[in-house]
Design a protein around this ligand. Structure first.
Ligand code: ADP
Ligand code: MG
Length: 499
């Protein structure tokens, strides 16, 4: 049975108003190469520092080999850290930098006295012992000939090797590495990745590695812990995480992905980009889902032979394949092919059911594409709604003619401006007829959520959905209309530039 070396139980760390780490549960097996992966500020360093003992959790427990070490100081933990900035002593040569910790260290030696009794003595390491350990560590990082070199004359990569040697010379059970390759150039980074992996194999100890670089995580790790906003999003092997992302955040963070909003419209049938696709996942009817499609899973066909035709709108050569944007209406699909299709060319695309990954969506608000009318109302989801257009520009107001005046005094004509509209689930009022509201449709789903119903109203033509939380039970197929208070319609100018 594989043994857990480190366990985090409900670990949180609060700084003033920032919850840097939010209730993390995690087990790390002995000898594993584990990587914390996530964007800057997601809590990776804080988690690592708590494992090292430089930081104390505000709540929760850290166990080492089953024993609580939450309040044990760093130097009493069998753990060493390699930091992003290598922090070597500039006035010492390579040997002394590595030997530094060993010179301070005391080890317990056992002797027999004259009467044959066992005596334990705490002693410093001998010069020869230190030299042997330093030599071994230098060999591990491939710097055998560098003992006498001044550290300031070394390249960035060599300095980082010294920092790694300094950490492993103490023979820790766990090595923590916080973005150790962050300061190196790409070529050096790639080489060091392979070397670190090899080092991990030779040392046989546990590595906990931190990076924001997904490729690095995928190359090096046995296990990846994807983090965002102080919380764990997914734990798995690189293959699991790549092939079966648990949510849209993971899918987006790991590799190039297309993420679409979809709706389940039948048994293993999902609708997105306005088409129905067969898929392999079972989800309840009418469930709102995120659909992830990897660019390499999109098959390019001659026009008319795929499921959808569209136009190639960009193409970049990526070394082995071309990465191209395929556009149909307002939707863009990133595709990959070893054959280039020129910008402007019409092609078809196909996606096999196995290439469609479906994830439950935490549905928190309704989002629509809309536009402002000349009466300063907003049209979306086949309806026209009263709204407050001054919320589009903070501090603005309307003049008598209805033009928007910005705080700088600029006059804006909003007619036909594209906007993003957001409406909360609780802000939609359902009306028992299809005349009195501002948009109408039919109820296609009612789900009981414990203390309220979640109702989906689908419009007739464009099949847009209003998802509404209500305390009233409605019936499927009821014809209804919806009303939304003007101050509950959130507006944002649509970003037109593409990334
Ligand atoms: P990462 O290493 O993933 O980039 P960190 O663990 O360094 O993230 O930081 C997580 C969050 O905690 C960030 O919002 C950061 O600003 C905050 N934070 C980290 N250390 C401190 C500190 N000593 N005091 C206040 N806030 C901090
Ligand atoms: Mg960090």
């Amino acid at each position: 049975m594989e043994e857990n070396i480190i366990e985090l139980k409900g670990v949180s760390r609060q700084y003033d108003t920032t919850l840097a780490v939010d209730n993390i549960d995690l087990s790390i097996k002995k000898g594993e190469f584990v990587t914390f992966l996530g964007p800057s500020g997601c809590g990776k360093t804080t988690t690592l520092r708590m494992i090292a003992g430089f930081e104390t959790p505000t709540s929760g427990q850290i166990l080492l080999g089953g024993k609580d070490i939450t309040s044990i100081p760093p130097y009493k933990r069998p753990i060493n850290t390699v930091f992003q900035r290598y922090a070597l002593f500039p006035h010492m040569n390579v040997f002394d930098n590595i030997a530094y910790g060993l010179k301070l260290k005391k080890v317990v030696n056992v002797y027999e006295d004259a009467e044959g009794r066992r005596v334990e003595k705490k002693e410093r390491l001998s010069k020869a012992e230190i030299a042997a350990k330093v030599e071994k560590a230098l060999k591990m990082v491939d710097l055998e000939e560098f003992e006498k070199r001044d550290v300031t004359t070394l390249s960035g990569g060599q300095q980082q090797r010294v920092a790694i040697a300094r950490a492993i010379v103490n023979e820790p059970e766990i090595l923590l590495l916080d973005e150790p390759l962050g300061a190196l150039d790409l070529k050096m980074r790639k080489d060091m990745q392979l070397e670190l992996k090899e080092m991990h194999r030779k040392l046989g100890i546990t590595f906990i590695y931190v990076t924001h670089d997904q490729e690095e995580a995928l190359t090096m790790s046995d296990t990846i812990v994807v983090m965002n906003d102080g919380a764990i999003q997914q734990i798995g092997t690189p293959l699991d995480i790549y092939n079966e992302p648990k949510n849209a955040f993971v899918a987006d963070f790991i590799g190039e992905s297309n993420i679409f909003s979809g709706t389940i419209v039948g048994e293993r049938k999902v609708k997105f980009v306005n088409r129905v696709f067969d898929c392999v996942d079972d989800f309840p009817l009418n469930e709102k889902v995120d659909v992830v499609v990897r660019p390499e899973d999109v098959i390019v066909t001659p026009p008319g032979e795929g499921y959808i035709d569209g136009t190639i709108t960009s193409s970049i050569f990526k070394g082995v394949h071309y990465e191209m944007a395929f556009t149909v209406g307002k939707t863009e699909v990133i595709i990959q092919d070893t054959v280039e299709h020129k910008v402007g060319e019409t092609v078809g695309i196909k996606i096999m059911p196995e290439g469609i990954h479906i994830m439950a969506k935490e549905f928190v608000s309704n989002k629509y594409d809309g536009y402002i009318t000349k009466h300063n109302t907003v049209c979306f989801a086949e309806g026209e709604f009263e709204c407050d257009v001054t919320t589009l520009v903070p501090g603005s107001h309307l003049d008598e003619e209805g033009y928007l005046i910005t705080p700088e005094g600029e006059k804006l004509d909003l007619t036909d401006r594209d906007v993003e509209v957001e409406v909360g689930l609780k802000d939609i009022e359902i009306i028992d007829n299809d005349e009195d509201g501002d948009a109408c449709g039919s109820i296609v789903s009612i789900i009981y959520k414990g203390d309220h119903y979640q109702v989906v109203i689908r419009t007739d033509e464009e099949e847009e959905d209003f998802v509404a939380d209500t305390e009233y039970a409605w019936n499927e197929f009821d014809r209804v209309s919806v009303k939304i208070p003007a101050d509950k319609i959130k507006l944002k100018f649509k970003q037109t530039e593409k990334k």
